[in-house]
Write a new protein. Sequence first.
Length: 141
Amino acid sequence: MHRVVLDTSVVVAAFRSRNGASNLLLRQVALGSVRPLLTTALYLEYEEVLSRPEHRLASGLEEDDVAAILAAIASAAEPVEVHFRWRPQLPDPADELVLEAAVNGRAQALITHNLRDFEQAAKRFHLPIVTPKQWIEESRS
């Protein structure tokens, strides 16, 4: 099983499009071939962002649907405790909690649409970063 951290942008993309690589990645989570690593802060970030009206409108999901999907992600996830913080490491302070989950959880990869934002810190921590499309392509080979 692959242990990864999903950037919030990946989870949002999965909600907004059922045809993209991000959604395929969440299907891998549901099938048990990918285990997301999750801190409390990252889960709360997912919840806050996915509950926004513009994302619910784009996905066609009601609040109860969002809550049920988030509960499924949480039940599939491996909890991570943040023992060390190395802030600031990233250009966007909001991304720090994603990096902290990956580093503290010893993730095999951080999956994001924002490679550039994580590039320098990922090198510093020897953390592979990939897009959902790259992950799906690599998992097929």
